[in-house]
Design a protein around this ligand. Structure first.
Ligand code: NAD
Length: 542
């Protein structure tokens, strides 16, 4: 910045539209849904500002109608990946040296494009690709991605403002350099906002990025690419490749210019990535930044003083919205015996009030499909096991059918074994397991919550007793990076609840915060002395 200390527009959370019957946004998104659903989209990779089509294509089908094809995407060969990396590195010099306000303007423009002309497109694409109902698509693909872009611009300017003191006769300044090399962003299927944010946050700080979206999110990733293009992101700053994650990752991580990874996805993949980076450490020019947000086994614990209806609503929303495929979804619940029956009855009646799982195009559907056959089969296996196990009972739901879409009914398992497999393992679907504890064992149960899972992402306590809340807050301080009191454990909002977990859930670099952006810069301290000494002797030498 040469000619002014610019103030960025104050960030604010994008208001969520209602999509109520008769609203213009409902009509617009359904029209766009129909156009995408009945069309055929050919999704090219995007390298150096060009569409790259390899002819090695894979079909794209909505999870709720898996025999129907809405398009195809082109997958990378090894040489496409090396070309994408080389091209990004070529773009680096101009991009890293561009004034920050120019970079900010691109991402602020992207936010406004999503808020306006691309809103129906990004929502409809997310409904089709990830089978989100319109509310889930709106809070993710439109609002959260807009929030990431707006708030990160504000955080970026706060970071740049952070400067050291200067003693008399000198001037200390810090410049926040982008990392030397390229950032590799690997994104999950479940949030279009995360898919956009992982490459964008690193790019915003002046880095160039190789982005590999999930195979199950390519259809909505394409809309993000279109938005970045229209916002004026220069060629090569974010290059996008699709296809074999192992091959692409091997190429990226064996480049000496690999400078950092921005990952969100499952824990076992992240551990593998960390190992590969460790094994290659001698070839890199710099120590790569490793940022990964991964799995969860998120809990709700209710105290005997909790309001049963509130607990039931936290369970139903926390466990079943987006078919339980939020990393923060409640999947293990601890209920005190005295109010457990009442809570379970409320949960059951809520679950029975849902339509059968179906297409998001039918806006009366709260529950749609799970993402793919692998996920469906895994969930069916755990439901079947629970049906047969003497320590478990299917309390509600438990049916599944993949003939048209990957539909799994929201399922409540009640177990008498607090270490039952579905209390410990991340299933990533609409299955919640409930353990009922004796009221007198409240404090013991807090220890159980803390020690049951390897993860530490989100958790919630519901209680009407302040002493109990204080006790739970302390006892559970290490088993959730986002902890909720008298609320469900999902629904973090950018700018309000920065998100991330510890233990096996990730590096906790809090997406949607300045902390995360700091991982993508390497500060350079510049000390300037105004009157430079000319004699080495200090006064003490006499
Ligand atoms: P996933 O691990 O299957 O895939 C994530 C990404 O990793 C995809 O792009 C995939 O292609 C890639 N990948 C898969 N195998 C790979 C390999 N061997 N090498 C390199 N890359 C590989 O996860 P998913 O099903 O897309 O997403 C669900 C998971 O993400 C859940 O575990 C969920 O908890 C987690 N998640 C965490 C957060 C968080 O903030 N903590 C947010 C969203 C999702």
């Amino acid at each position: 910045m040469g000619k002014g200390f610019f103030q960025v527009p104050t960030a604010y959370n994008e208001p969520i539209k209602s999509y109520a019957p008769g609203s213009p946004e409902r009509e617009e998104v359904l029209k766009q849904y129909s156009a995408y659903f009945n069309g055929h989209t050919d999704v090219a990779m995007y390298i150096g500002g060009k569409d790259v089509k390899t002819g090695n294509t894979k079909p794209i089908s909505p999870p709720h109608d898996h025999k129907h094809i809405v398009g195809q995407y082109h997958t990378a060969k090894k040489e496409d990946v090396t070309h994408a990396i080389a091209n990004a590195l070529e773009a680096r010099e101009h991009w890293a040296n561009l004034e920050w306000e120019q970079r900010a303007a691109i991402f602020l423009k992207a936010a406004e494009l999503i808020s306006g002309p691309y809103r129906a497109k990004i929502n409809a694409a997310t409904m089709i690709a990830q089978s989100k109902n319109i509310h889930q698509a709106e809070i993710d693909a439109a609002c959260e991605l807009i929030d990431f872009l707006r708030f990160n611009v504000e955080y970026m300017s706060q970071i740049y403002e952070e400067q050291p003191d200067s003693a008399e006769g000198i001037w200390n300044r810090v410049e926040y350099r982008p990392l030397e090399g390229f950032i590799y962003a690997i994104t999950p299927f479940n949030f279009t906002a995360i898919a956009g944010n992982l490459p964008a946050s690193a790019a915003m700080m002046g880095n160039v990025v190789l982005w590999k979206p999930s195979d199950s999110q390519v259809f909505s990733a394409k809309v993000i690419v279109d938005i970045f293009k229209e916002a004026g992101l220069p060629d090569g700053v974010i290059n996008v490749v699709y296809g074999d994650p192992v091959m692409i990752t091997k190429e990226a991580l064996s480049s000496p210019d690999f400078a950092g990874i921005h990952y969100t996805g499952s824990t076992h993949v992240f551990k593998e990535l960390w190992k590969q980076i460790g094994n290659n450490i001698h070839i890199y020019k710099t120590y790569p930044r490793i940022v990964g947000e991964t799995g969860g086994k998120d809990f709700i614990i209710a105290h005997p003083t909790a309001n049963p209806k509130q607990v039931a609503t936290a369970i139903v929303r926390g466990a079943f919205e987006f078919q339980g495929q939020k990393c923060s979804a409640a999947s293990r619940v601890y209920l005190p015996k005295s109010i457990s029956k009442e809570i379970l009855d409320f949960v059951k009646s809520d679950v029975e009030s849902f339509n059968k799982p179906g297409s998001p195009e039918d806006m009366s559907n709260f529950i749609t499909a799970v993402i793919h056959e692998g996920s469906f089969d895994k969930l069916a296996k755990y439901i079947d096991q629970a049906r047969k196990n003497k320590n478990a009972e299917i309390y509600a739901g438990g049916n599944y059918d993949k003939s048209k879409g990957y539909f799994v009914e929201p399922t409540v398992i009640v177990t008498t074994d607090p270490k039952y497999t579905t209390m410990e393992t991340e299933l990533f679907g609409p299955v919640v397991t409930i353990y009922v504890y004796e009221d007198k064992d409240w404090s013991k149960t807090l220890k159980l919550v803390d020690s049951t899972s390897e993860y530490a992402l989100t958790g919630a306590v519901l209680s009407g007793d302040r002493y109990a809340i204080a006790e739970a807050t302390k006892a559970l301080q290490n088993c959730a990076g986002n902890f909720y009191i008298n609320d469900k454990p999902t629904g973090a909002v950018v700018g309000q609840q920065p998100f991330g977990g510890a233990r096996a859930s990730g590096t906790n670099d809090k997406a949607g915060s300045a902390q995360n952006l700091l991982r993508w810069v390497s500060p350079r301290l510049i000390k300037e002395t105004f009157v430079t000494p000319v004699d080495y002797r200090y006064p003490f030498l006499g």
